[in-house]
Design a protein around this ligand. Structure first.
Ligand SMILES: C[S@@+](CC[C@H](N)C(=O)[O-])C[C@H]1O[C@@H](n2cnc3c(N)ncnc32)[C@H](O)[C@@H]1O
Length: 227
């Protein structure tokens, strides 16, 4: 994402203290206290300028959202949009996430969105991909039973990698397509900034939804069928 250098960026970010979480690790196990409404919490890792998650938050006032973005200049744009939108069901974390256990406790989240995640094309960098198995085992821990992960990307190699990692991690594919905008899936309704850019270039969008945390009775059923 190309952006010009912004002067006094950290001061400008600090102006948005009402929706930016200062010490997100301190909120581990306490995210419900942040929102104070008992509603379920969904997160997007790598939210960019926030187009997608801000639209979801506006559409779903009875859900809470946590938007995570590591790059300051990009996060500032998301925070500026959030301030204009005046939503009380979304907060932001300005960090590059390396280990989700640092921020979230068991079953704190009801869903995770990964949109146009950085591909890290060199094989040696694979563990940095947000769909690498090491991230997936963390997501399974922090998601409630029956929760889903939704993933969109323009990158065919990354999509193939992600599907292999989901399979290896025992996360069943509920939906998968190499051309999201030719389906009737709800996921095509709310687009991301990158999605709009790639669509405009005629690129098809890969999308999948996986069950991250299989309910106990489903596991038993599966085991029974296999036996
Ligand atoms: C290619 S952009 C996509 C942005 C947005 N999701 C979209 O679809 O328009 C990926 C973004 O993820 C952020 N990012 C990558 N790895 C991250 C991590 N581990 N934690 C937080 N943000 C991350 C990058 O800084 C970048 O802004």
């Amino acid at each position: 994402m190309r952006l010009r250098k912004i002067k006094n960026i950290e001061d400008k970010i600090a102006e948005h203290h009402q929706c930016l979480i200062d010490e997100p690790r301190d909120k581990k196990g306490k995210w419900q206290q942040v929102f104070r409404n008992g509603n379920e919490i969904y997160a997007e890792f790598g939210c960019g300028r926030g187009q997608f998650i801000l639209a979801l938050a506006a559409q779903n006032p009875a859900r809470n959202y946590i938007a995570v973005e590591g790059r300051s200049s990009v996060m500032l744009r998301a925070l500026e949009k959030a301030a204009k939108a005046k939503l009380d069901n979304i907060v932001f974390i300005k960090e590059y996430i390396h280990d989700v256990h640092e921020y979230f406790d068991k079953a704190e989240l009801a869903g995770i969105y990964l949109n146009f995640s950085d591909p890290w094309p060199k094989g040696g960098h694979a563990p940095r991909r947000l769909t690498h198995g090491r991230f997936l085992s963390g997501y399974r821990h922090i998601l409630k039973e029956g929760s889903c992960i939704e993933f969109k990307t323009d990158n065919d190699a990354l999509f193939a990698f992600a599907k292999r990692e989901f399979e290896k991690s025992g996360m069943p594919l509920l939906r998968s397509t190499e051309d999201l905008h030719c389906t009737d899936y709800d996921a095509k309704g709310v687009t991301t900034e990158y999605e709009d850019k790639f669509k405009a270039q005629g690129k098809t969008i890969n999308y999948c939804m996986v069950l991250a945390s299989v309910p106990v009775q489903e596991k038993t059923k599966t085991a029974f069928v296999r036996d």
